[in-house]
Write a new protein. Sequence first.
Lengths: 138, 404
Amino acid sequence: MSQYMLIMRGTDETNAAMMANVDELMAATRLFIEELAKAGVYVAAEGLDDPGQGVVVHFGDEAPVVTDGPYGETKELFGGFFLLDVASKQEAVEWAKRVPAAPGSKIEIRRVPGEDEVPQDSGKFVKEGTLRESSGRI
Amino acid sequence: MGPADVEAVWRIESARIVAALTRFTGDFGLAEDAAQEAVAEALVSWPLSSPTSPAGWLMATARRRAIDAIRRRTALQDRYALLAADPVVDDDIDPDRIDDDILALMFVSCHPVLSPEARVALTLRVVGGLSTEQIARAFLVTVPTVQARITRAKKTIAAAGVPFELPPAGERRERLGGVLSVVYVIFTEGSTATSGDRLLSPGLAYEAIRLARTLAALQPDEPEVHGLLALCELTAARFPARTDPDGSPILLTDQDRRRWDFSAVRRGLAALAIASVRGLGPYGLQAAIAAAHASAPSVEETDWDRIVVLYEALGRVAPSPVVELNRAVAVAMASGPAQALAIVDELIASDRLPGSHLVPTVRGELLARLGRRPEARAELELAARLCTNQRERSVLLRKATALS
């Protein structure tokens, strides 16, 4: 068992198609999340706002540079995610096939390594542990 | 599609298919057999050609197998009954009906006429969608043993005439308690294997959490369902810190708390908040105790007074010698080992936990803290002799040796 993130990747065209039927999509997504919860696999899900409203911070050798909107040249846009706790990668794939998504869009499936797989001094571990030590609480 | 894909679809669909077929045929055993035949067929035919809708394929095939079985049975009994028994194929699945049917399936699988082992095996196979092989591996028993348990369970359900329905309102609470205890048994087997050389069986604990989440989604108004889910999440949160790299257990005192799974802690605390709305029951109280540990940065900074109060409350709603023993441990932390030893000695005097390695384990620890080393050593050696988990046993022996 592991957690998997289902990353929604759309394009300008699929986003436009989705927005045209936004009520329908929202209703279908709500039902899908209920189904995930009843199967005991739901952990979290979020959808992101219009990429045109976003901001990008670019890192170089100097101070970070901030620009408006998505990365201009990028064809695929990260639109939201589902986080599932499933028995196998195949099960994550099966759930991904059932996500209400616009034709032309894609879902990328990535595993979230468990706490016991994270080396002692890596990012997540230090972040959580240090935060907890300094605040004395969760 | 390979076997792993078939397994994945089955994990998602099993409860729904068995529930729908039981509703459709009125026969739980027949429904379960038909569903298993469908999976067996999928394992043969999907690698050759993948169906467009795997879930629909499984449901349709299982339904066909169920109809075949009814026809065979009817042909034997009464040819005229064939028409009457020819089922109306209803393709519209009402989501509310399906939810109730899955709940009914859990109530049937955890029915009090079944032996505790049968309840566990049936729940994991029918509701959880695990194969007989997976269940056998998780419990370190043979495949024929699990098969026999399931076959016998289906016969018992048929013989007892257990109806496929939600228990009547008057029995509902008690029967739900039965379902929760099956989920909890699966979880505890996963969190402390009773035998063998592994301490944790995380796969089994995961199955229990998954079942608890399903119950919480289907019975959102039952506080104890959320209490059980909270207890499982908060306990599982400690798994990454509970064993060292060679698999030996690390006691709560010595755990590196930074290794706890804080996402699981947050999920557990959220479930506990829901459970707390109308006062905590036995699972909720145990979850509150786990939450007190989860919210403490160290053993010293743990609110032991609160834990003692929670154990006292737990002892009133669900009296048990194990709770009493745990209360003794908490009292030792809150008020010192001498008071705790009095509680343990009372437990021994009333002989309420005969043969358990836990009593001498705790007594040995308390005696060690009181400086009574030879007695402490004898208790820990006794505990090691009584302990059936090899990992725990070697820790006890190490402690005993350190006292000499």
